[in-house]
Structures are given as C-alpha cells and as structure tokens.
Design a protein around this ligand. Sequence first.
Ligand code: HAM
Length: 442
Amino acid sequence: MTDQNKPEKVQKTQKINGVRGMNDLLPADAAHWAHLDHVLRDLTRAYGYEFLRTPIVEATAVFQRGIGEVTDIVEKEMYSFEDRLNGEQLTLRPEGTAAVVRSVIENNLLYEGPKRLWYTGPMFRHERPQRGRYRQFHQFGIEALGFAGPDIDAEIILMGQRLWDELGLKGVRLEINSLGQANERAEHRAALIKYFEKHQSQLDEDSRRRLLTNPLRILDSKNPEMQTLIDGAPQLLDFLGEESLKHFNAVQALLKANNIPCKINPRLVRGLDYYNLTVFEWVTEELGAQGTIAGGGRYDPLIERMGGKAAPACGWAMGMERVLELMKVSGSLPEAQAQCDIFVLHQGGETLTAAMIIAERLRSAGIDTILFCPPDGQSASFKSQMKKADASGAAFAVIIGPDELAKNEAQLKDLRGTGEQKSVPLDEVLGAAIDALVGASE
Ligand code: HAM
C-alpha cells in the first residue's frame, strides 16, 4: 500500500464531520421534502411524464461530451476519479440531462416514438458552498425527447409555472432567450471574438482564455467589472435566421396565449453547451446570489452528439434546495404534521407487554402509533411520558398502568380537543381508538 492510500489515523473518539457542502436531510425537514416529492409526482402524472432513474456515477465521457469541455462544470466542478479496481474514469453526475440521454440511447427508448421523462436525485458539483449552492444538491428534471415543435417548449414551461403555483412560490420570473442554430452561433461567435478582441484589456483571466475556445461563455460571466463590456457585446438574437425566429416567436405566442409572462434576456446563454433555440430560466430576487431556481431549454444536437440517432429534445431541471428555501420565504411550507395518531404509555413490566400488544393491534388497523420506550430501559413517570406524547402531536394517548391492567382496562385520553379521559376494556381499545380518531377528524 502506498502512503497515499493509507487511511488517515483518526483518534477513536474524535468526531468525524460530513463533507463540506454536502448536507444531511434532518428529520425536521423531511416532511417538506416529502411534500415536494408528492407535488412533483402529481405534476408529472398530469402531463404524462414517465420516471427514469440513472446511476449517480457515469463514465466521465458522458459529461465531457454531453455538457461540453469548455464549461465551468467540466473544467472545474466535476467529482471525477479513477476506479482503482479497474481503471475506469468515472464521475459523480453533476446534472441529469447527459445521463438521461446516455440511457435513452443505450436502452433504445426512442424506438417506439418520442418520450416524456422525469427524474430526481442528488447531483454533485465542486463549487464554493454558500446559501443555495451546495456540492451535493438535488434536482428534479424533465426531458421531452423526440419532439421538434415549439409546442413542447411551451408545454414544459407551462409545467414549471403550474409547479410554482402549486407550491405557492412568490416572486418567480421567467427569462427566455434563443440560442439559434450552430451556423447562427458561428456568425455570432465571430462577431463576439472581434468585439472582445478589441477590448482585450478589459477581459478577466477566465474570459481571455475563453475568447478563442468558447466566447459565448464570456456572456455568462458574473464578474461585476465586466458587465458593461458584456452589455455592449453583439447579441445572438440579431444573428438568428428566419426558422429560428419563427420557433422563438411561436414559443412566446403559446406562452402568451396561456397567460405566462416572460422576459426576453438576450444574455441568457446557460452554463452547458448542449443547447440550441429556446433556453430559459426561472429566477427570483428572494434568495440572494443563488436566485436561479430552475433552468433548461432545447438541446436538439445532444442525442446525436452522444452517439444516438439524431432526435430533437428539450427539458429543464430545478434545484430542490432552492425551491424549498423559496417556499420557506414565501410562507408556503406545509405545517408540521403529527408523528403519529396515538401514543401509548405504560409503566414497564406486564403493562409494557400489554401496551406493546395494543400498539401492534393499532398499527395493523392502519393507525400510526408510537409506543413509549424509556431511554434508560427501565420505566418513566406518566408525567414525563405525557410530555413526549404531547410533543409527538398524537391526537390520543392510550395509558396502561398497573391499576388499569389489574382491571383489564386502559385509559384513552384526548390530547388535542377536550382533554377528556375514559376507561376502555383492553379488548375494546382498537374500536374506541378508531371511533375517537374518526370523531376528531369530523
Ligand atoms: P443547471 O442550470 O445547471 O441545468 O441546473 C439546474 C438547477 O439546479 C439550477 O437552476 C439550480 O436551481 C440548481 N443547481 C445547480 N447547481 C447547484 C448547486 N451547486 N447547489 C444547489 N442547486 C444547484 C441543468 O442541470 C440542466 N441539466 C437542466 C436541463 C434539463 N436542461 C435541459 N434539460
């Protein structure tokens, strides 16, 4: 074993932290994610999208070729490594589209015609972590493959708008642009090079490097000192031919007919190289610097570029952390739900045995039940158990102490409404609990 491969010696009791920029999903937030998942499932069903899951790890070439070599993601942000066991070059996926296209080609999914697909899961980019920007984050994305017309561009945008409405997001703006076709971008590129060459001294290091490799990316620069220069640069929209303009206008007309406002942003070029024609982003001012909650567009060249039979496609993806953060700011996160319907209290020994049997009976009937378990493995006072029952959000408590057990009874206590408490024969606890829960929900 080389020194490099030796595991670092860590003191046995030393705390080991998570990786910077990669977060745990804590129980307090789990219900919010579950709610979002639920809304997304309904949304994709409503539009006839089918679920596709690709692995988290792909051959590095999938992203190099798919996203493009001269992009921030491929140049600086990918978690790439060699599989020590067989020497394969692998990458933790930084996004979903290239992987979906890889899978669609490999599994011949377009054989029977176009496909509407969706996916969700963790993505990985080695960026500087800050609010709304993480090294492991989660995307929900949709990809419509095999459709050429502006109708599908409009449909996927309508889907996004419906989602923001459904989630109660406030202050989201749709920005849209057209990147035209390769020949139009080539003419624009020549004009851009000429323009930026004339102003070489004002370019930062990144942009100077990109001047000859990928000048369109310069327009993407966030460097405040370059903004005036970028504002004066030739605009791609002025280089679009008739067909591209027709497509762009048709998308806008469909959006207008569906009352979806959008702002044309000629500087919107997106950070990935597979796009053509329509590109768009949903942005908000409410989240500080990381205000883009979702983005996407048409990527007609990608399937062929990845080795498949040429087919048009478009889609978008959203950052789930950002969307949840915006829900929080918008006050639209769902209220915390109770952990259970019924909390069962006991005093250990035989009362525990009876309580456990009742708890199982309740669960078999579909009633969510927490059975008190004393942290010390012994028992605890009813007072401290009742505090736990209250905090659990349960609607009712079932209490079995030695006195109750001697009489073959339990107490059923209303924790939310009247506070009423009554004795119920042990055999009838299930029926009484069902009646009580039904009564409470009416
Ligand atoms: P993207 O713009 O790179 O596009 O990412 C989509 C969304 O993911 C962003 O708008 C943002 O909300 C979120 N996101 C990106 N990076 C981070 C990060 N480091 N931390 C938190 N959230 C982040 C794509 O990935 C394309 N695949 C979208 C697409 C699908 N185009 C066509 N189909």
